[in-house]
Design a protein around this ligand. Structure first.
Ligand SMILES: Nc1ncnc2c1ncn2[C@@H]1O[C@H](COP(=O)(O)OP(=O)(O)OP(=O)(O)O)[C@@H](O)[C@H]1O
Ligand SMILES: [Mg+2]
Length: 246
């Protein structure tokens, strides 16, 4: 089983879009039974998978251990892909985790869910607090989307340094250049400076995910953008294999 966190301290860099599309790749291409766990109170993951938001505000009860995590899971339209949705109760998740004093609560919950789901993708909020520290303890690999710029390398180094400061023995991090437009000189420069980083293009097809309320593989499977997610998913699986081999 493996936990893949999609994380950045920055907002609006494409985390939720990546998380939903990677969950689709894990379940539909690789055939893993997959759980997309939304731990961001903004609850965008359900929207992108075409799942109606939960009416209750009980997502926090899973963290309090008042409800078994399996009981909070809902189905998605995609075979083998389930969702643990967020809701507004998670706005206080940071304080809740701090008050609980259980540093591995999220890790323990993912261990339990891992008995059912060999792949768990975490859609994280853009924060550096208890939630991110718990995420680092739970994750086997952390995907960090970075908009391309001359500062991309530095931006990744900053996220890495913050994560290292927040959690000892943190998992490997995989930077991804997100929203790449090869027509722009600065974007091409960022690609040249980081030739080994996986790339997700800036694409209207990806924006359309929010219109179709579906991962791109479900409505434009042969698009270059869908191919970008597939290649990224394979890079993640390679990273997981290397880690397990250690
Ligand atoms: N590769 C892309 N090409 C075009 N648009 C994209 C791409 N990735 C994301 N977007 C768009 O950018 C916006 C922000 O994406 P998203 O919500 O995934 O970011 P986020 O990092 O999860 O944001 P937040 O920090 O608020 O949770 C959305 O409107 C999404 O459709
Ligand atoms: Mg998001």
């Amino acid at each position: 089983m493996a936990v893949i966190a999609v994380y950045s301290v920055k907002g609006g860099v494409g985390k939720t879009t990546l998380a939903a599309n990677l969950a689709w790749c894990a379940s539909q291409t690789s055939g893993w039974r997959t759980l997309l766990w939304d731990i961001d109170a903004a609850s965008g993951a359900a929207f992108l998978l075409g799942v109606d938001p939960p009416k209750s505000r009980t997502a926090d009860s899973v963290f309090a251990r008042e409800r078994a995590p399996q009981k909070a899971v809902v189905r998605t339209p995609y075979r083998g892909l389930d969702l643990l949705p967020a809701d507004q109760s998670l706005w206080s998740l940071d304080a809740q985790l701090a008050a609980l004093g259980k540093k591995r609560r999220l890790a323990k919950l993912t261990e339990t869910l891992g008995e059912t789901y060999p792949r768990i993708i975490l859609d994280c909020p853009p924060v550096l607090n208890q939630i991110s520290a718990q995420t680092m303890r739970a994750a086997d690999v952390v995907i960090v989307p970075l908009p391309p710029s001359p500062l991309s390398t530095r931006a990744f180094a900053l996220v890495a340094a913050e994560v290292k400061g927040a959690a000892k023995g943190h998992p490997p991090m995989l930077p991804v250049l997100s929203m790449v437009d090869r027509r722009r000189t600065l974007h091409r420069d960022a690609l040249a400076a980081n030739p080994d980083w996986p790339v997700i293009p800036l694409a209207s097809a990806i924006e359309q995910c929010a219109v179709h309320r579906a991962p791109i593989g479900a409505f434009a499977p042969s698009s270059p953008a869908a191919r970008g997610f597939e290649l990224l998913w394979r890079a993640i699986e390679r990273k997981l294999t290397q880690r397990k081999g250690k």
